[in-house]
Design a protein around this ligand. Structure first.
Ligand SMILES: CC(C)(COP(=O)(O)OP(=O)(O)OC[C@H]1O[C@@H](n2cnc3c(N)ncnc32)[C@H](O)[C@@H]1OP(=O)(O)O)[C@@H](O)C(=O)NCCC(=O)NCCS
Length: 176
């Protein structure tokens, strides 16, 4: 569990499943993903996240507002399961309900996750990637000190040729 000024980053509870399904069904939140998720798909994602914690000892934390106790989404680490020029790797990622955007919450949580990745988990490097047009996510990557080299850009192998979200940018940060 990690604590920041405004956030608690913790393992998942059953009570997170409903608000997580709500944000996963919101087209604003899923604008840069191939599709919104059904309740069953969202629950399956929670199961996969918890399995990842069990198997790897780290994962995508449930993010809770300390002030209200509200579940607002996830911020954490993930091991991509596809092959690309930068895999195997550990990725930092985030997804928050739209009501909580643009208050610096993803950046605040991501900074704590990066410290955890380097200080506790002793990772040498963390990457992050997103579709080219996802400016808010790229902003977070830049604000936490990640940098993009254009030669790292890649086409996401899980998206078919010609898909509008296929072209991705990769950001990296090394252990200080
Ligand atoms: C990406 C996401 C987690 C960011 O969360 P957040 O808490 O709003 O992030 P922050 O407030 O820390 O920073 C967002 C930045 O994006 C900027 N931004 C937001 N919308 C923007 C837009 N349309 N154009 C340009 N910049 C934009 C904000 O101004 C802010 O930057 P600033 O602090 O320099 O002003 C949130 O937008 C989200 O959940 N999106 C949907 C899921 C998603 O795409 N996840 C990432 C997949 S790789």
């Amino acid at each position: 569990m990690l604590e920041t000024h405004r956030l608690l980053l913790r393992r998942w509870r059953d009570s997170d499943r409903e608000p997580f399904a709500a944000l996963n069904s919101d087209p604003r939140v899923m604008r840069f993903f191939p599709a919104a998720l059904s309740r069953a798909e969202s629950d399956h994602a929670v199961d996969r996240i918890e399995t990842h914690f069990e198997n790897q000892g780290f994962g995508l934390f449930a993010a809770e507002l300390r002030e209200s106790g509200a579940f607002i989404g996830f911020i954490g680490l993930w091991t991509p399961d596809f092959e690309a020029h930068f895999t195997p790797c550990v990725e930092i990622g985030w997804r928050l309900a739209a009501a909580y955007w643009n208050q610096g919450l993803a950046t605040e949580g991501a900074k704590a996750v990066l410290d955890h990745a380097f200080d506790s988990l002793r990772l040498a490097e963390v990457v992050s990637f997103t579709t080219v047009a996802n400016t808010p996510s790229r902003c977070v990557m830049e604000k936490i000190g990640m940098t993009r080299a254009p030669e790292d850009d890649f086409d996401h192998p899980k998206l078919p040729e010609g898909h509008p979200l296929r072209a991705h940018v990769l950001y990296r940060v090394k252990k200080p």
